[in-house]
Write a protein that binds this ligand. Structure first.
Ligand SMILES: Nc1ncnc2c1ncn2[C@@H]1O[C@H](COP(=O)(O)OP(=O)(O)OP(=O)(O)O)[C@@H](O)[C@H]1O
Ligand SMILES: [Mg+2]
Length: 332
């Protein structure tokens, strides 16, 4: 038999606001996350990722359905749940005017931990921060801050860690460093990790299992390779100078589906190698402005399931968040 689930969610719904005109942020979500997994919740802005974490950590109440974390009911045994979970928020939680050690001390106070010093020292050692422990955190680099935030989350030896967009707003090098850290703490401390992300590569690189969430619903679940193998198709994105009729595209042999996205056509084909010569015969080549082919990836899985792209249209939003994150860090 497999190990008991670290997180078990059944028919979980969460509505913000009134039943009549509120927002249904989670719509009958069912998930089972085994102990010791790195599980990724992948979805676009507003999909319900943060809401799920808030509900599982007891910050938000549940509208209907059941959730158990670390073996305890989130509603009726919330204190037991809280004692066994750690949370790395997307927002900055460190106190800049405190040293790393003082931040750990504060965390121990907040959680009413006794005998936390050895654990704190071990964590600082693990993250190579021990010799900088008395320095004020406002002198830390972004990567060092992340390590300290994770140390705070691990201080009380939780069995489940929630990470809400852990790499948001980070530069590529720091993001990669964080990926190594996440894999490392998973191995070193044996924790189950539920992380949310809207970065496809992140979910692909880090997570053994993934659930794709969109508009509050889990629309697919499996390992990255299982998900990718589900679509035996390539996606061709086509921009033309003149309009083409949907019927023209659909008539090309091998085309499984076609739909407009902005000024482009998205075309799902059995094989792009066979499709492209047929396309060039079907429409005048000088009408083609741009053409790109995507082989099966988590991006095309999402595209296939929703008709939309996961990562693109939310970039302005990301920039604003990054800006705020930097502003907070610049605060001294
Ligand atoms: N406190 C709240 N009151 C009302 N609506 C909310 C509240 N928090 C979130 N929502 C709404 O619930 C939905 C899900 O939001 P949530 O923050 O969970 O999405 P997310 O997947 O974390 O998105 P992002 O990638 O932008 O962080 C959105 O429509 C959002 O506007
Ligand atoms: Mg969020």
């Amino acid at each position: 038999m497999s190990a008991p689930a670290a997180i078990e969610v059944r028919d979980l719904s969460k509505r913000y606001g009134s039943p009549a005109n509120g927002v249904l942020a989670l719509d009958r979500v069912t998930l089972s996350i085994g102990s010791g997994q790195v599980f990724g919740l992948l979805g676009p802005n507003g999909a319900g990722k943060t809401t799920l974490i808030k509900v599982l950590t007891g910050i938000s109440d549940i509208t209907s359905g059941d959730a158990r974390v670390a073996g305890f009911d989130v509603r009726s045994e919330s204190l037991k749940v809280r004692a066994r979970i750690g949370w790395v928020a997307a927002e900055v939680i460190l106190d800049d005017d405190f040293s790393a050690w003082e931040n750990l001390w504060l965390q121990a106070k907040l959680q009413d931990l006794k005998d936390w010093e050895d654990r704190a020292r071990h964590l600082l050692q693990y993250f190579s921060l021990l010799d900088r422990k008395d320095e004020k955190v406002n002198r830390y680099s972004t990567g060092m801050r992340k390590k300290l935030e994770i140390s705070l989350a691990l201080l009380h030896q939780p069995s489940v860690i929630f990470m809400d967009e852990p790499t948001i707003g980070l530069d590529v090098a720091t993001r990669r460093m964080l990926w190594d850290i996440i894999t490392g703490i998973h191995k070193e401390f044996g924790v189950t990790i539920l992380l949310t992300t809207h970065y496809i590569e992140e979910a692909d690189a880090l997570c053994g299992q993934i659930a794709i969430i969109d508009k509050g619903r889990i629309i697919a679940q499996g390992s990255p390779s299982e998900l990718k193998s589900r679509i035996r198709a390539d996606i061709v994105q086509l921009e033309t100078s003149d309009g083409i009729a949907l019927a023209t595209l659909r008539a090309i042999p091998g085309v499984q589906d076609a739909w407009p996205q902005g000024n482009d056509w998205m075309i799902r084909v059995a094989s792009s190698e066979e499709f492209l010569p047929r396309l060039f015969r079907a429409i005048p080549t000088d009408h083609i402005r741009r053409i790109s082919v995507e082989k099966p990836s988590l991006e095309t899985v999402f595209l296939d399931l929703t008709g939309r792209r996961l990562g693109q249209d939310d970039e302005p939003m990301r920039d604003i968040r990054k800006f705020y994150a930097q502003m907070r860090r610049a605060r001294s």
